[in-house]
Design a protein around this ligand. Structure first.
Ligand SMILES: *[C@@H]1O[C@H](CO)[C@@H](O)[C@H](O)[C@H]1NC(C)=O
Ligand SMILES: *[C@@H]1O[C@H](CO)[C@@H](O)[C@H](O)[C@H]1NC(C)=O
Ligand SMILES: *[C@@H]1O[C@H](CO)[C@@H](O)[C@H](O)[C@H]1NC(C)=O
Ligand SMILES: *[C@@H]1O[C@H](CO)[C@@H](O)[C@H](O)[C@H]1NC(C)=O
Ligand SMILES: *[C@@H]1O[C@H](CO)[C@@H](O)[C@H](O)[C@H]1NC(C)=O
Length: 452
């Protein structure tokens, strides 16, 4: 029986058989060993479309083997800027959010079905073939820093980053009327610090609830929020939106802020994550804020809520996407049925004092952060490439997102993101998005399959 109710949506690759999808230069998935389901998919992005058949194929990830994983084998990719390093997307959103599972229902037996990758992975039989704990975890590297690599964890915490799993705080997710769609939680506080003084931001939710909601999404290179919250945050620094509706911050001014989510300690955000210099200009006076608004997506009628915590937030935390409740020492015992309610675990990785020093070094003194110049804050002694972390998957997405931000944050966002406003199908792809997924798939293919 599938005890875990997670959903994934997997776009295996894009294969351009015609000149019409020449925008795609990623490596291609070879469907020759796959089994047809007879079902096709079409995904409408805010910009661009992906379509093709849904197939079953063997998927290997982090040493685990799923014999029949339903995945979307894209045959047509229109207007999506995919790079060569891109092999596909591993979606880790929640079950009601799976397009594939909506079309090919999940079953409880071992026959091929539309179950998500998490469901299949965590229920592998015999149980000794499955991860011993039912969670995925994620860290995202910060460009120019070596302490924290980008990692996808499967059922194990990287000890170099999480020496004591009991320090991870867990909370239940905020749900929508149709079920739990996202890794989404409520915001207890947002605080901007100006010269050491705390300026709490007045919280207001689109839904009218006292606390705004925020969902985590590694597929978005920004933090998106409502005009009210963005004005509150930037307003603490005396900044209001520019004529183009975007927020710009003097490059030498640190946005030193923290977010307190339900059940979590105050999580400081690194000021270098929150503003970016214009592409190719290292002496620009104004930097683009990476907290921006998107009134077309964040509306009272959408399920998204008030804030999307993308990469700029996720670089500051160790994120655990758990399909069980942990015991008091943070351990998930998969042989104990502790319910199917997923939990979001977070562990802050950013030391606000050190972060401000680093900001000063990079933006004010204009010095690069040498690998020896900053000490890791969580006991990691060597650079990312030296880490050996068991069943973990190194993710090659930093280049992509760095480029993304450099090109033009918002345009890139719109190209990447997959929201559609109100149709149920459009919700399928929301949630923890593309970021972690490319690399996972790439490793799977190049490490375990000969078809690459
Ligand atoms: C920066 O933010 C932290 C909280 O994350 C706060 O303790 C510290 O005082 C702030 N520093 C300055 C200079 O405002
Ligand atoms: C988070 O976990 C730590 C360590 O277990 C605990 O001291 C702290 O109170 C927790 N924070 C919240 C908000 O529960
Ligand atoms: C949680 O489970 C682990 C592994 O079984 C065990 O070592 C630990 O003692 C348990 N903690 C509690 C508080 O039950
Ligand atoms: C998990 O729980 C079961 C049932 O309580 C117990 O027999 C088993 O030893 C536990 N496993 C671990 C690793 O603690
Ligand atoms: C944070 O960084 C400062 C400056 O590098 C250091 O003095 C302090 O001990 C660090 N705090 C923690 C909790 O590691």
């Amino acid at each position: 029986m599938l005890l875990l109710s997670l959903v994934s949506q997997w776009i295996a690759s894009k294969s351009c058989s015609s000149a019409s999808c020449s925008a795609t230069s990623g490596r291609l998935y070879d469907p020759s060993s796959s089994q047809t389901t007879g079902v096709t998919f079409t995904l409408q992005y805010l910009s661009g479309t992906v379509s093709g058949p849904i197939v079953w194929d063997q998927v290997q990830i982090g040493g685990y083997v799923i014999p029949n994983q339903a995945l979307a084998a894209a045959t047509s990719v229109d207007n999506e800027p995919l790079s060569y390093n891109f092999d596909g997307i591993l979606g880790l959103a929640l079950p009601p959010n799976s397009l594939i599972q909506q079309m090919i229902p999940a079953s409880t037996g071992d026959a091929p079905d539309g179950a998500t990758i998490a469901s299949n992975l965590f229920s592998l039989t015999p149980a000794t073939n499955a991860p011993s704990q039912s969670f995925f975890s994620l860290t995202l590297a910060r460009p120019g820093f070596t302490q924290i690599p980008s990692l996808l964890g499967i059922g194990r915490h990287p000890p170099e980053i999480v020496p004591d799993p009991s320090q991870i705080n867990y909370s239940l997710l905020a749900s929508e009327s149709v079920g739990t769609l996202f890794w989404k939680t409520t915001i207890r506080a947002i605080t901007v610090y100006v010269n050491g003084q705390a300026r709490p931001i007045a919280l207001e939710s689109l839904s009218g609830a006292p606390e705004p909601t925020a969902l985590l999404d590694s597929g978005i290179p920004l933090i998106m929020t409502t005009p009210t919250l963005a004005n509150g945050i930037y307003g603490a620094l005396g900044i209001s939106p520019a004529a183009d509706g975007m927020y710009y911050v003097p490059c030498a001014t640190p946005l030193n802020m923290s977010i307190t989510l339900n059940g979590q300690n105050e999580l400081p955000l690194h000021p270098l994550d929150l503003t970016v210099e214009p592409a190719g200009q290292s002496n620009s006076q104004y930097c683009t804020g990476l907290i921006q608004t998107d009134p077309s997506q964040l509306t009272a009628t959408s399920d998204i809520g008030d804030m999307i915590l993308g990469i700029p937030f996720m670089r500051n935390v160790y994120t655990v996407m758990a399909y069980q409740q942990p015991n008091a020492t943070g351990y998930f015992n998969t042989s104990v049925q502790s319910g199917t309610r997923p939990m979001l675990g977070l562990l802050g990785l950013t030391n606000a004092t050190q972060a401000l020093e680093e900001f000063n070094q990079v933006r004010v003194l204009k010095q690069p952060l040498g690998s020896g110049s900053s000490q890791p804050s969580s006991g990691i002694q060597s650079g990312g490439s030296q880490l050996s972390i068991g069943v973990k998957i190194l993710i090659g997405l930093i280049g992509f997102f760095a480029l993304c931000v450099a090109l033009f944050a918002l345009r890139c966002l719109f190209a990447r993101k997959r929201w559609r406003n109100t149709s149920p199908v459009g919700k399928v792809d929301q949630g923890l998005g593309q970021g972690l997924e490319y690399g996972a798939y790439r490793r799977t293919r190049s490490g375990s399959r000969s078809s690459a």
